[in-house]
Design a binder for this molecule. Structure first.
Ligand code: FAD
Length: 294
């Protein structure tokens, strides 16, 4: 099923990552089974560039498993910055063979240890490449967006100009970077509207449930932390259970406000932790039902 055909008042989706090399997919089946049981509209699977054997790519393997065994629509992430065109082409063929119909097309982050081949510089080039090297209808394409602006871009307005170019290359859906202040997201939606970006924009929500996670998140994605969030972290950071409860409450509160404001979808960064996703889905299930019955 194509992402554009999931027409609901409010969509609910999850993001997971493939297990590390040392784990087989079989060994983490229970995790993905529990996440699939939450009946998300789709599950997106992250992509780590590199790996010597493209045909054994774990993102593709997990997507195939989600679709065939768990009957959940997968969205395969695909990055381009550190890849050659022939590698991307092989990956697209593999995805098609495995029945994947939706791709989240990304540039990927710069890696100081890898010299990029220079075939792709931006995500819109990947989107263009997918469009020109596959048949119409093979893939629906999603892309990333940044409510506070991408960290490498000088201003949010300039980032949105680039975003418009990316969407015009052929994007059906945008999924946002995580954020902790809903006002940032609403402001971003207004600017996208003014820029003529008309595709649905799903809000990326990350339940923060441990201290190291927040430090990593802030350094890599630059999300700003509202006072309310910082106070919660400072008060409970040394008590894992209290921090877990507070993090779930914070994410739930964000989602309730986003749904009440009419967002088109919530994309939960589930981090392969079914117990957290289950609690959040339990907290908001009746709200999502309300939107889907309207
Ligand atoms: P782009 O859209 O190409 O933007 C990157 C930068 O280039 C921005 O600053 C933009 O303003 C600028 N830019 C764009 N077009 C132009 C232009 N024409 N001229 C000048 N500047 C331009 N990373 C992974 O490695 N694997 C994953 O699975 C993964 N999943 C992600 C999922 C989501 C929902 C999000 C939000 C991010 C994800 N990332 C992932 C991280 C992502 O790869 C990085 O944020 C990366 O730095 C940017 O990717 P992009 O596709 O948004 O890039």
């Amino acid at each position: 099923m194509k992402i554009r055909d999931i027409s609901k008042g409010a969509s609910f989706s999850l993001e997971v990552f493939p297990p590390k090399k040392s784990y087989s997919l079989q060994s983490v089946s229970k995790t993905f089974g529990r996440l699939a049981a939450l009946e998300p509209d789709f599950i997106s699977v992250t992509y780590g560039a590199g790996g010597s054997n493209i045909r054994q790519n774990k993102t593709v393997e997990l997507c195939r498993k989600l679709k065939q065994e768990y009957k959940v629509e997968p969205v395969a992430h695909l990055t381009c910055f550190n890849s050659r065109k022939d590698e991307v082409l092989t990956m697209l063929e593999l995805m098609k063979e495995q029945g994947i119909e939706n791709i989240l097309a990304l540039r990927g982050d710069r890696n100081p240890d890898i010299t990029p081949p220079g075939d792709f510089h931006y995500a819109y080039e990947l989107i263009d490449f997918i469009r020109t090297h596959t048949k119409e209808g093979d893939f629906d394409i999603c892309a990333a967006c940044y409510p506070e602006g991408h960290p490498e871009c000088d201003s949010l307005k300039e980032d949105i100009r680039h975003l418009k170019q990316k969407v015009d290359a052929g994007v059906s859906l945008l999924i946002s970077q995580l954020f902790f202040d809903n006002e940032d997201f609403y402001h971003f939606l207004e600017l996208c509207d003014v820029a003529g970006i008309e595709v649905p924009i799903h809000a990326g929500i990350m339940p923060v449930t441990n201290k190291s996670q927040i430090e990593r998140m802030v350094s890599t994605c630059g999300a700003s932390l509202p006072g309310k969030f910082s106070r919660m972290m400072a008060r409970y950071e040394n008590n894992p259970q209290a921090l877990l409860d507070a993090g779930i409450s914070y994410a739930t509160e964000q989602i309730v406000d986003l749904l009440a404001s009419g967002v088109s979808g919530i994309h939960l960064y589930a981090m392969n932790k079914p117990e957290i996703a289950e609690k959040i889905k339990g907290n908001i299930a009746s709200l999502i039902d309300v939107h889907n019955q309207e």
